[in-house]
Write a protein that binds this ligand. Structure first.
Ligand SMILES: [Zn+2]
Length: 168
């Protein structure tokens, strides 16, 4: 669904219904989302991903406690926040350019730690979360982990990450 500034209540109700369905689908896929997170970090070449501590925090994603936290995040924020900043309402059914997500295995949303927890339990369990589509989770978060801040640019042309130097 492309963003429509004039979207009416009927559209909102329809979106909420679809998002509700998506949340039920993605609740079953939470383990997959957890793996995506681990893969993203592994692809970024983090040496500590192979440590015993990394094995420990990978297990956190498989706990009921994390599934509850993730579900609460997706309920509170049921569309990709980075897509939304670009004017695209993505409930997990879209790619980051707004086109339909044709790969069913990428039709979900990620409850992403805004500050990478890197195995820190306080950050993992209490650090703020944001909802991302798989595209944004893969591409933007990897760049963020390498640089220390996101280079994502919002619809207004300014960086969306307050840690970006331009936001100084
Ligand atoms: Zn997105």
């Amino acid at each position: 669904m492309a963003a429509d500034p004039a979207s009416n209540d009927t559209g909102s109700v329809e979106l909420a219904r679809r998002v509700s369905i998506e949340i039920r689908m993605t609740a079953a896929g939470s383990r997959i989302a957890g793996l995506f997170c681990v893969w993203g970090r592994t692809m970024a070449g983090r040496r500590d991903d192979r440590s015993a501590e990394a094995a420990e925090y990978r297990r956190w994603y498989n706990t009921a406690r994390w599934r509850r936290r993730r579900a609460a995040q997706l309920e509170a924020s049921p569309v990709c926040e980075f897509c939304l900043k670009r004017g695209i309402v993505n409930d997990g059914s879209r790619q980051m350019d707004g086109s339909v997500q044709t790969n069913p295995r990428r039709r979900f949303l990620v409850a992403d730690h805004i500050v990478a927890h890197r195995g820190n339990p306080e950050l993992f369990w209490a650090g703020a979360l944001q909802t991302l589509c798989p595209d944004h989770h893969d591409s933007v978060k990897q760049a963020e982990e390498v640089r220390g801040y996101s280079t994502e640019v919002g619809i207004d042309g300014w960086p969306v990450d307050p840690r970006h130097p331009a936001s100084g």
